[in-house]
Design a protein around this ligand. Sequence first.
Ligand code: PLP
Length: 400
Amino acid sequence: MSFANGRETVLIPGPSILPDRVLGAMHRASMDIYAGPMLDVTADCQSGLQQVFGSSTVPYLYASNGHGVWEAVLTNLFSSGEKLLVLESGRFAVGWGEMARFLGLEIEVLPGRWDSAVDPDALEERLRQDSAGDIAAILVVQIDTASGCVNDIATLRNAIDATDHEALFLVDAVASLGTMPFELDNWGVDVAISASQKGLMSPAGLGFVAVGEKAKRKHRSAQLRTPYWDWTARDGDVHYQKYCGTPPEQLLFGLQEALKMMFEEGLPEVYRRHAAVATATRAAISAWEAAGATFNISEPASRSNSVSVFRFDGTFAAEIVDYCRTQCGVTLGSGLGNLVKESIRIGHMGHVNAPTILGCLGSIDAALAAKGRALEYTGVGAASHALGQWANSRSSDDPI
Ligand SMILES: Cc1ncc(COP(=O)(O)O)c(C=O)c1O
């Protein structure tokens, strides 16, 4: 007996749910890549992303995923042997650093724990030791999709500024852009990257890079540059150059529609919706503590609004994920890296509203009941209560 038949709900932390409007916008025939609507859609996507990144420069659009734009940044900025400092807070900045090592760069990891955000004091201390200025750049993620933590980018920038260190500050916003504020210019971020398939509720296959002026200057002397990723080539006037070849036409129309939906809702409202849905999810996880769950991120302020990660002992997490998928039609994320066996990841990013998240949390309650850990106060009960309270206690003037 299964309750899974019906519309499947995929709440892995990316790719996220695609709105019907986005699917519909992509349903179109191939078109001229040199003129007409294709030129408009590029300009629209660039200006929309520019706003979401909070950047005064026009972002680059790539036919690639997040790994692709990691490589775009590294090849556009560096020469062999330069040293990068990677701030660990889970899997993803470290993965970016591993790619840099493969490209011939020197990598130092500032060790972090998988249960907490990057410590700004540790960053400041490490930079003070680098009086020779050997560190060319600092790599960090805003939200780590494996651990579920959110790093405070503005505070990390302040830590860098306190040392007057000249290193570039590079931020991976793959799991965060479109789910919480990002302010490239105001926060003093030199380069930020993201991809289409998470908060931006578009199909996988587009990568984005926003670049500040200091990074553009460094780009000129970089020796790892390659023709496909190269920013200078993509700055050319010819539309074809902006993609180094044929543009991913239909994906761009999907992204254009997704951005339009986000601006119709209003970015602050989009971020508030993510905060509300995440608050509801965290209320459910707190209720499940009575059934043996623990939050992966110990400090509440460091729990992200796009992905929640929690753990159970032994193989119980895997049993819950399996039950939700096979019996309830809800696909959750399993653990990654150090947390591969024991954690569950709920992606609540992009096109996620109250019934989507409450249905997911209720399915986990059903799984707990089926496995003999039924609770008097269910997760979904706690979540719906939190959602109602959240709406009552916030006004649209509150900071996000
Ligand atoms: C924070 C973060 N950075 C980078 C990536 C890599 O992106 P992609 O899988 O699109 O290559 C991911 C993927 O989950 C991610 O969560």
